[in-house]
Design a protein around this ligand. Structure first.
Ligand SMILES: [Fe+2]
Length: 359
């Protein structure tokens, strides 16, 4: 499958992955033949690219790290909580722990898979999708840090609720399309203390889980909020979640800015290693993320173009690619596979693109 911008997709191409709204409604099932009106609807929803089947297939199915149904049920639980705070009681928190437990089971399967982030998300999905993504990214990092199941559940449950305090912030400020004034920013910052206060009322939540809501905007160098604490004084769970939170926010469209590419977001996180973020945790974080996810169009330094067909752990920047175009922009006679993890590193990916012509 190949990730293509909607502008490049023509009627008759075939959708390769189901697309859902945050409410779990299916917008477009896999194997559906694309029609013009489907493309228009997706554009209205702010979706810019989708995965298309290639008929060069090598039969490989890309497994989701977390089952789609599970992601959707997590969205729905979080949506209920954010929309109506009364729902967050001991029972609801138990439900969250059960969901986190299932997510962990998915993540702990023996296959060595990298996070291949789906680049499809409607703009209005941000808040709910963000909570689940931050939880998954935090868990993947913590697994690399050697956390046991009990710690993973505490971390995952706290991570999924990290922004719960935003439910108490005025909608107009949170979704303001322009930059915030100083006083508005001060109000937004309060979501950390509000979140901690909300979670403090729940009896069956551990200290380690609820401290995440309070401390996920603290920074390793002390330049965060609300308490300007630094280094190891910030709880390790909050140091993990802070990286996942910034990374996921960067890679998604928001009302006020366009998303960064995965490449740019990873470079940003790495550039803040040791200053904003704990360097050891940054290393574990980036080790798990495919810099060029499956389906992504790429340009090599040789000028050849193609797209990613798989990724290997330990080679986050050197995926297996299928080459479709030569350095003169001409279609190669027979598309071929190049495993960048197995060839010398004088051949590199220099650019990504969603504008590769598949046929
Ligand atoms: Fe936050």
């Amino acid at each position: 499958m190949i990730l293509m911008s909607l502008d490049m997709i023509r009627e008759g191409m075939v959708n390769a992955r189901p697309i859902f709204t945050s409410q779990g409604l299916m917008l477009l099932d896999e194997d559906v033949v694309i029609k013009e009106r489907y493309l228009n609807r997706l554009k209205e929803l702010g979706i810019r690219s989708i995965y298309i089947r290639d008929d060069l297939g090598d039969g490989k199915i890309v497994r989701d790290m977390v089952r789609k149904e599970l992601k959707i049920s997590s969205f729905i639980v979080i949506e209920n909580i954010m929309n109506n705070l009364c729902y967050l009681d001991e029972n609801e928190f138990d439900n969250i722990k059960k969901i986190i437990n299932k997510i962990i089971e998915d993540l702990l399967t023996p296959e060595d898979i990298l996070v291949n982030l789906s680049e499809i998300r409607a703009i209005d999905d941000y808040t709910f999708g963000h909570c689940v993504n931050v939880s998954v990214l935090s868990l993947v990092t913590a697994i690399s840090l050697g956390y046991d199941k009990e710690k993973l559940i505490d971390l995952g449950a706290g991570a999924i609720l990290h922004d719960i305090g935003k439910a108490r912030i005025e909608f107009n400020i949170l979704n303001k399309p322009s930059s915030l004034t100083m006083s508005e920013y001060e109000i937004v910052k309060r979501h950390t203390t509000y979140g901690y206060a909300i979670l403090n009322n729940i009896k069956n939540i551990s200290f380690d889980s609820k401290i995440i809501a309070l401390s996920h905007h603290e920074r390793y160098d002390g330049n965060g909020y609300p308490h300007n604490i630094k280094g190891e004084d910030i709880h390790e769970y909050a140091r993990i979640v802070s990286i996942a939170d910034v990374y996921d926010a960067l890679t998604n469209d928001r009302v006020y800015k366009k998303k960064a590419s995965i490449d740019e977001a990873l470079d940003y996180i790495l550039s803040m290693s040791g200053s904003q973020f704990d360097g050891n945790i940054v290393n574990k974080f980036v080790d798990n993320i495919a810099r060029y996810p499956v389906g992504k169009g790429i340009v090599l330094n040789t000028g050849f173009k193609g797209y990613v067909i798989s990724n290997k752990k330990g080679y986050t920047s050197r995926p297996v690619v299928r080459i479709l175009y030569n350095n003169l922009g001409k279609r190669v006679k027979v598309p071929y596979i190049l495993d960048l993890s197995e060839i010398e590193d004088s051949i590199n990916i220099v650019e990504t693109t969603d504008d590769i012509e598949l046929f």
